[in-house]
Design a binder for this molecule. Structure first.
Ligand code: FE2
Ligand code: FE2
Ligand code: FE2
Length: 407
């Protein structure tokens, strides 16, 4: 297995960018929460790895939110079913060797301090979780002020007194005191604006270096992304896993080097990450999409590229993932590339994507069997859409392809 030089902070940051897309309009929520939590932590004298762990957990705290519906519910100050997304997010992070140490913090990020303080877990986890909870509620209140088209400074006092009301009940008293101390300045609130928050993030990013990651570590991280997107719709459950496995299997049949096969697998997990931006009702629509729905669906592969392109060490993987709707005759999207401009790997991902989607149930049809899929693929080769060589390879191993794509 090979080693990949990837910057963990960049990868986590991109993951948070992907989560941001679910907010559709309420973007940068995770980043604003990370900024406020980190500033409270600094006020309390937290530093080093402790502060970095808090920051990482804070930007990923809503990893359990894939659907635009759940996201819209989180914008309420109190919401009864909030524990579901905590559990889902915690399970997701626990599945990745590089993120599992953040799992408990995410699990308890909506637990009231009055209950949390009695739990038998490390104090640092309790404090991190509660700090994120408080920052999260501050952001929800701040969004409420902005929704009324008011300047944030006009709502500042009300937000501060609402947090104070929950001192000792929802939030740890020390955390509330730290927040009240730092949020007294106007600058604290101005820093929540889009450009400012991006600047704050850049300085966090510049404080980390690339490090060698084993394939298994990188795969664990990447699968967190793919499981968030696949959880968005009951119909796409395991779609990305299936595309990843099939792409890797096809790479092997083409005798590509082991590293390329690994990268094909990673690109398969990531190809649809841009779908996080597509509203639930479009993704789950049982019928044909209308023109404007189609436009918002079509931009997902471009958004996939937008999310991944800044992770150094994953440049090629990002391209293969983002080109999965390009077609060999130039009729695809988003760049209308032609055959000669598409690598074999990109053409493999494109075929794996079509194959896996046909093998799955969809709102408008049942799962198709290998012998039903093959004629459809051949027709797409005839019309110049997908690659003939790749489809010949699928044909020679069609039963195995179906098994790999659906396992
Ligand atoms: Fe949350
Ligand atoms: Fe796609
Ligand atoms: Fe796909």
């Amino acid at each position: 297995m090979s080693v990949y030089n990837v910057n963990l902070h960049e990868a986590i940051y991109s993951l948070s960018d992907a989560l941001d897309l679910v907010g559709v309009t309420h973007i940068h929520h995770g980043k604003r929460v990370a900024y406020m939590a980190a500033e409270c932590g600094k006020q309390l004298g937290w530093k080093g790895q402790d502060l970095d762990d808090l920051f990482q957990a804070a930007i990923l705290h809503d990893s359990g939110v894939s659907t635009t519906y759940v996201h819209s519910q989180l914008a309420q100050f109190e919401w009864e079913q909030e524990s579901d997304h905590c559990r889902i997010g915690a399970e997701l992070l626990a599945s990745s060797p590089l993120l599992k140490h953040l799992s408990d913090t995410v699990l308890y990020h909506h637990t009231h301090w009055s209950e949390l303080k009695h739990l038998d877990i490390p104090l640092a986890v309790k404090m991190h979780a509660n700090c994120i909870y408080m920052a999260d509620r501050v952001d929800v209140l701040a969004l409420g002020v902005q929704a009324q088209h008011q300047d944030i400074l006009l709502g500042k006092d009300e937000i501060r007194s609402k947090i104070l009301e929950k001192r000792g009940d929802w939030f740890n008293p020390e955390l509330v005191d730290a927040f009240l101390e730092i949020s007294n300045s106007d600058g604290f609130w101005f820093a929540l604006e889009g450009e400012q928050i991006s600047g704050y993030m850049s300085s966090w990013l510049s404080h980390s270096a690339e490090r060698g990651m084993e394939f298994a570590e990188l795969k664990g991280l990447v699968k967190v992304f793919s499981h968030i997107v696949d959880a968005k719709s009951p119909f796409t459950k395991q779609h990305s896993d299936g595309v990843a496995s099939l792409a890797r299997y096809l790479g092997g049949l083409f005798s590509l080097p082991e590293r390329s096969c690994e990268m094909l697998e990673l690109a398969g997990y990531l190809h649809d990450i841009g779908k996080l931006r597509v509203p639930d009702e479009i993704l789950d629509k049982p019928g044909k999409l209308n023109l404007s729905e189609n436009v918002s669906m079509r931009r997902h592969s471009f958004d996939t590229y937008g999310i991944l392109k800044n992770i150094k060490g994953m440049e090629e993987i990002s391209l293969w993932a983002a080109q999965h709707h390009e077609r060999v005759n130039g009729s695809g999207y988003p760049y209308q590339l032609h055959e000669g401009e598409l690598s074999l790997e990109a053409r493999i991902i494109a075929v794996a994507d079509v194959f896996q989607a046909l093998a799955q149930n969809r709102p408008y049809r049942d799962s198709l069997k290998p012998e039903e899929i093959l004629p459809i693929l051949k027709e797409q080769v005839q019309s110049g859409k997908i690659d003939g060589e790749v489809v010949d390879c699928v044909e020679a191993h069609v039963q195995e392809c179906w098994r790999v794509a659906m396992s």
